[in-house]
Design a protein around this ligand. Structure first.
Ligand code: GLU
Length: 321
């Protein structure tokens, strides 16, 4: 037979091929992670970001638990960062931590989130970013992936502020370009808001040194600020709004929005959303809630878009008014 001579040459190559194939199929059947190098339709944002090998994500750098630049290591850490990694994992493959190597995080304070997206300075914003109809006029949102509620932080010994109406007549700090500012103006119209900043950490400094009597924003942001300052601050614990957090992207990029929503839903299913929550917000003693249903709303050009509040399940915390 002539076959053995040919086989002698072919076997080593064939063997390499079989080993590689076995390795690949093993990976895909034993892991919920996407396989390396998923394929995207040409012209999509996913294809562009994959080809570039890099994506730019706007997040916060001063909000412990959600987006914090670790002062010791320089690493950007928090739940928002983990959510960004889960999206990147769907584009670049590998694990979420491997995908993180493709992300360039840039600090994106509240008042520059829309403009950063519109001008293409960032590919997406994951930054305690409330989905609402005003913002949907200029950007679109994947998610929500978490639902917070606005609360109040005071000095530890201060028992004079127990609800939002107690802020009337008090000096209150919050951040420009946030829903926290519009909400407090509406619910405590007599609050003195003469001191506002671009960052919540600056409000915490103002509260610490007595320039203001309270700071108001989302409860989980305040929780992060209190975490290492329990002798100085406390959260009132009486949330008065509902803040569904979304992933901001360019308005009209429906394919990218669907992809992000698919990734969020996959992370809800395979446990990676809960794991991300537990390793970040969970470290402050918060139990992971049921993740909120994503809202695949229809965007009608030039018309007001759908509301998201109806899709927020009542099981998520906190929704007290
Ligand atoms: N979630 C609110 C917002 O998007 C307040 C927190 C923030 O400013 O990042 O405006």
């Amino acid at each position: 037979m002539r076959a053995p001579r040919i086989r002698l040459l072919a076997v080593p190559l064939l063997a390499v091929g079989l080993v590689a194939a076995a390795g690949c199929s093993k990976k895909t059947t034993t892991s919920a992670s996407p396989t390396p190098g998923p394929t995207f339709a040409a012209g999509t944002t996913m294809a562009r970001l994959q080809a570039a090998g890099k994506m730019t994500v706007g997040t916060k750098f001063d909000q412990p638990l959600f987006g914090l630049k670790n002062p010791l290591t320089g690493a950007i850490e928090g739940f928002d960062v983990e959510i960004a990694k889960l999206v990147a994992q769907g584009i670049y493959g590998g694990t979420a931590d491997e995908a993180a190597k493709h992300i360039n995080f840039v600090e994106t304070p509240s008042n520059v989130r829309e403009i950063s997206i519109q001008q293409g300075k960032v590919d997406m914003v994951v930054a305690t970013y409330t989905i609402n109809n005003t913002r949907k006029q200029v950007v679109d949102f994947g998610g929500p992936y978490y639902v917070a509620g606005q609360d109040i932080m005071v000095k530890k010994g201060d028992d004079s502020i127990k609800s939002v109406t107690d802020l009337n007549g008090k000096k209150v700090c919050t951040v420009q370009g946030s829903t926290s500012l519009t909400n407090v103006k509406a619910k405590a119209p007599q609050a003195d808001l003469s001191i506002t900043f671009d960052l919540y950490s600056k409000c915490a400094d103002a509260l610490r040194d007595g320039r203001v009597q309270a700071e108001t924003t989302d409860n989980v942001i305040l929780l992060g600020l209190v975490k290492d300052n329990k002798d100085v601050f406390k959260v009132v614990g009486n949330p008065f709004t509902t803040e569904p957090y979304g992933i901001g992207i360019k308005k009209g990029d429906d394919a990218f929005r669907s992809f992000i929503n698919d990734r969020l839903e996959a992370s809800y299913q395979d446990g990676s959303w809960a794991a991300a929550f537990n390793k970040t917000v969970g470290t402050a003693g918060v139990t992971a809630p049921a993740p909120p249903a994503v809202d695949r709303y229809t965007s009608v050009p030039g018309a007001p878009t759908s509301t998201v509040t109806s899709t927020v399940p009542s099981t998520v915390t906190p929704t007290a008014k």
